[in-house]
Design a protein around this ligand. Structure first.
Ligand code: SF4
Ligand code: SF4
Length: 153
């Protein structure tokens, strides 16, 4: 009986090489500046499970979360924003996330998105948007890969 083909290592799956350019790790420590929760219009993707977790956290129904805090984009769903670009869950006073313990995968995995890691130039561009990038402790390769695999962005 034929056996399943071996699953390639995560780095190979995500970046097409077992040794991506950031194999020695990357530095990151969030300064809590809030830049990644505001700015130009964009998308914060949420799936069904995330909608349910947010609903439970807020003590409302998933339907209410969908109606008040999200919008459809094709077949997917994104959080909505205030007119100034702030995420709907960014507290205007404290500038903190109101759903931090259940924030979506896209927020959890920032800044280690595939699109931010393809090349050193992509990472440099990310560092210009996020003052925590390139600072603080070295995040090891395995942890970076786990975060990059959370959602394909
Ligand atoms: S932009 Fe970077 S440093 Fe600022 S809150 Fe977001 S992750 Fe933290
Ligand atoms: S859900 Fe929270 S962490 Fe994610 S963009 Fe909105 S305010 Fe920021």
């Amino acid at each position: 009986m034929a056996s399943d083909p071996p699953v390639p290592p995560l780095a190979q799956q995500l970046f097409g090489t077992p040794e991506p350019w950031f194999s020695q790790g990357l530095r990151f420590r969030c300064t809590q500046c809030g830049n990644c929760c505001t700015g130009e219009p964009g998308y914060v993707w949420v799936n069904q499970q995330e909608v349910e977790q947010i609903a439970q956290h807020l003590g409302v129904s998933p339907e209410e979360v969908r109606r008040r805090y999200t919008r459809r984009v094709g077949r997917r769903r994104s959080l909505v924003e205030f007119p100034n670009g702030d995420c709907v869950f960014l507290d205007p006073q404290s500038r903190r996330c109101k759903i931090y313990p259940v924030r979506p995968r896209q927020c959890r995995s920032w800044p280690f998105w595939i699109s931010n890691l393809r090349t050193p130039e992509d990472w440099q561009r990310t560092c210009q948007q996020c003052p925590g990038c390139g600072q603080g402790e070295l995040v090891p390769l395995e942890e970076i890969l786990q975060q990059a695999a959370m959602i394909r962005i």
